[in-house]
Design a protein around this ligand. Sequence first.
Ligand SMILES: Cc1cc2nc3c(=O)[nH]c(=O)nc-3n(C[C@H](O)[C@H](O)[C@H](O)COP(=O)(O)OP(=O)(O)OC[C@H]3O[C@@H](n4cnc5c(N)ncnc54)[C@H](O)[C@@H]3O)c2cc1C
Length: 412
Amino acid sequence: MGKKITLIGAGIVGMATASYLRRDGHDVTVVTMHPPGEYCSFGNAGMLNPSGCTPQSMPGILWKVPGYLSDPLGPLIVRWSYFPKALPWMLRFIANSNRNQVENASRALRAIIQDTLGAYDVLVRNAGCADLIRRSPYLVAYETEESFRGDAFAWKLRRERGTVTEEVDAAGIQRLVPQLAHNYQRGVLVPDQGYVTNPERLVKALAVQFQKDGGTILQRKVLDIEVGEGGARALMTDAARMPVETLVVCGGVHSGELAATLGEKVPIEAERGYHVTYSDPALQLPMPVHVSDAKVFVTPMEMGVRIAGQAEFAGIYADPNYERADVLETHMKRMFPQVRTSDSTRWMGRRPSMPDSLPVIGPAVKHANVYYAFGHGHLGLCGGAPTGRFIADLVAGRKPPVDMAPYRVNRF
Ligand SMILES: Cc1cc2nc3c(=O)[nH]c(=O)nc-3n(C[C@H](O)[C@H](O)[C@H](O)COP(=O)(O)OP(=O)(O)OC[C@H]3O[C@@H](n4cnc5c(N)ncnc54)[C@H](O)[C@@H]3O)c2cc1C
């Protein structure tokens, strides 16, 4: 018999999970403080790449950080007033850069995202929005031999986990993406990947279908979670007290605050990223392009072309610093000198990031009726639909197809 489930969060993780739970016949209510798809899941780079199985903390990261921080066009920025708060997380992040941990993390990431396209297929067909997902290769471009060689370990890991790659030279890069500047000497083409042409519309389409299928979405802010015998008993929201029977927490970057109200501490940080979307860029982009040094993705979207990237540590609540979007625009012009930048929009979003680059997916330790699904960091779009499947399996008492131990909440 279906359970009565309350789920916090209507980002991609929340809506994919709610959709899979509803497919199993549960009575599901989503509670969200933002309309579906209007928080971090609004503006990502759209990449659905099963190849993306490398953690953020890689061997040698400690020695790269000073260079990143001192480069005005670098991919990393720390607001110094926030540094003392971020430091414990950063130390844990760096501690995760040893080879053994990186090997394990990459295996665990691959296990989640290897069937991301298949996991979305079920949902987008049902929601009538299969057009949003493109199967496509993507290109990674390097300006120098040195930066190409600097990524050798990452490519080794990806290949060992089953990613097929094809190395291309400068002429090959031009053939694949003719409008890319001529300063890229080395490239890697990654076939059989995918991307979403409008990440916000994807979440909204899932939300509409979820409601058509009998699910409920309430726009409310959860202020506290009442706990008693048997686990979580009620959500205290800005509208009313809502009794809960089974609770799933998919609150993105706010999941740390929500888990803390349940007595479970998790080290989650807001890793703030930016995008600039050009509605009339005068570019024909045949596939997404990643420039590894700048750590940016440029993706063709139904709204135009989007460049996304940057990792800014300033906490959840600080105002956006759109100078970081200016940095993205500088990279865009360097990559595509012909780009028309006259009509663009800018955005900042908060990646929910864990120091070991792995999400938390699975049951709470302290409460039998609570499940967690958050902390996907740079891979929340890739991980959204697979996570929904895993949570639906766990709630139903089915064994998920992968070992869930690496994602447990009490691993820290
Ligand atoms: C610049 C950038 C580029 C990216 N590119 C990619 C990419 O190409 N591929 C990829 O896989 N990932 C990418 N990501 C990461 C991805 O976007 C995130 O991991 C993902 O969106 C997180 O989804 P989520 O559902 O966990 O969180 P969110 O989308 O942030 O949703 C959280 C939900 O929880 C709700 N909520 C939180 N607290 C409460 C509360 N107290 N009460 C009620 N509701 C609450 C919010 O209202 C919201 O609905 C990128 C991120 C950024 C910033």
